[in-house]
Design a protein around this ligand. Structure first.
Ligand code: HAM
Length: 420
């Protein structure tokens, strides 16, 4: 038997309807916040992620699905969305002032060659949100209100916490990195990856997945905040209290991607059901990325939510997903004449947006009742010789057991009235 590739999933029935509900609900929230959808290719040039996410990150070093196409181009299946959106904005010149601020969202599959486990897959879906062209504390806070809205809509307030941090910039960052490198050099138990990162990109060491406890005594980045940064950070934290989202300052939060330049955050699920994969969404500010990819200097902030993880959380909390509606009618013709007439009836009902099912196997009454049980339609209409001759039929209410006799020409109106 041929199996699906490791770390991928098939969606059907409840898995799929829950997924669609999540997708639709998130899209409605984004429309209220006036975001526009953007779609970019699943394939991108490898160089895009090397120059944005960073060559020292796990995503680029170990996790990209890379291949060379027939013309020798190095392509990858996109591991994340942000770099691709920035590429699209530059390439299509969507950065022109008349388009700003650009408030974009995307929803679709990302690919990372990670070790699969609960909540971690090799193909997974992200809902990403990005805003370009503005920078102030209140815009940062407005984005947090979007996260709060998502948390509220899905009743997750008691189960999550927003971890936040601020990555210093410019000279302060350089000063901090110098001190950090010196302190890291004194540690002899760093893992192989950290030993390499210490020299090439010391900030990445703080993202180590092997042992975080050994970093507890390192100097904090907050000690290197400029006066202005300190003031803004305190104001931002005050704003978080105002928004009433549960939050915590995690001074070692640096995120696993290199493009962040200021505020970074992760929304954590606080229960154990997801194992170690507790981050439901994550993001931050990345004001330099557009310029680094040869576009204009355009401030940017965003986050991405992992739909697969989010669904696991909702299911683990027994979230009551709406059930898909059953058909309002099942028709079962028993003769050729009735089957032909039935085709027109179905057409008419469906043209009026009624959800109807039919069984035209002409296998007789016993079979009709079996199908009716399986289909769970509200009403059953069996069409035999008698019904065709008398031009009337029995509509059996499958829920109450009642039967109504109606002229065939009135069936549509009867069902339309129920729909209303
Ligand atoms: P990220 O932290 O790499 O950020 O991923 C964001 C979210 O995607 C994670 O918090 C998680 O929910 C989900 N996720 C990541 N990897 C997997 C996986 N292997 N299986 C299942 N879910 C996963 C980014 O991708 C940035 N582009 C976010 C961003 C947008 N920053 C600014 N704008």
């Amino acid at each position: 038997m041929i199996k699906r590739p490791r770390g991928t999933r098939d969606f059907f029935k409840d898995d799929l309807t829950h997924y669609q509900f999540l997708e639709d609900t998130l899209k409605k929230i984004l429309l209220d916040f006036n975001f526009q959808e953007i779609r970019t290719p699943l394939l991108e040039n490898e160089e895009l992620f090397c120059r944005s996410v960073g060559t020292d990150t796990d995503v680029v070093r170990k996790e990209m699905y890379q291949f060379i196409d027939k013309k020798g181009r190095k392509l990858v299946l996109r591991p994340e969305g942000t770099a691709a959106i920035v590429r699209a904005i530059i390439e299509n010149k969507w950065y022109l002032p008349e388009n700003l601020p650009l408030k974009l969202y995307y929803l679709g599959p990302m690919f990372r060659y990670e070790r699969p486990q609960v909540g971690r897959y090799r193909q997974f879906d992200q809902l990403g949100v990005e805003i370009y062209g503005e920078e102030n504390i209140y815009q940062n806070l407005e984005l947090i209100t979007l996260i709060k809205r998502i948390v509220d809509v899905f009743d997750l307030m008691n189960f999550v916490q927003l971890e936040v941090n601020f990555l210093v910039n410019g000279k302060q960052r350089q000063d901090y990195l110098n001190v950090l490198s010196k302190e890291l050099a004194k540690k002899c138990n760093l893992c192989e990856d950290c030993n390499r990162r210490m020299k090439e990109n010391p900030l990445r060491v703080l993202d180590c997945k092997v042992d975080q406890s050994q970093f507890a005594d390192l100097p904090l980045m907050s000690e290197f905040f400029s006066l202005e940064e300190k003031g803004e950070w305190n104001q931002f934290l005050k704003g978080l209290d105002e928004i009433e989202i549960p939050w915590k300052w995690n001074p070692n939060l640096v995120r696993g991607l290199d493009y962040y330049t200021g505020l970074v955050f992760e929304l954590k699920f606080l229960q154990q059901t997801l194992g170690s994969q507790t981050t439901l969404l994550a993001g931050g500010r990345y004001n330099e990325l557009m310029k680094n990819l040869e576009g204009p200097q355009l401030p940017a902030i965003g986050f991405a939510l992992g739909l697969d993880r989010f669904l696991l959380v909702l299911e683990s909390l027994n979230y009551s997903f709406p059930r898909p509606k059953n058909p309002v009618l099942l028709t079962v013709p028993l003769t050729d004449k009735a089957a032909l007439w039935n085709l027109n009836l179905l057409q008419d009902l469906r043209n009026n947006h009624l959800k109807v099912e039919t069984d035209m196997t002409l296998k007789g009454l016993k079979h009709a009742f079996k199908v009716a049980q399986k289909t769970k339609a509200h009403y059953l209409l069996i069409l035999g010789d008698k019904e065709m001759k008398d031009h009337q039929g029995q509509l059996k209410n499958q829920i109450s057991g009642e039967t109504i006799i109606l002229p065939l020409t009135e069936i549509k109106q009867f069902l339309m009235n129920i729909k209303e």
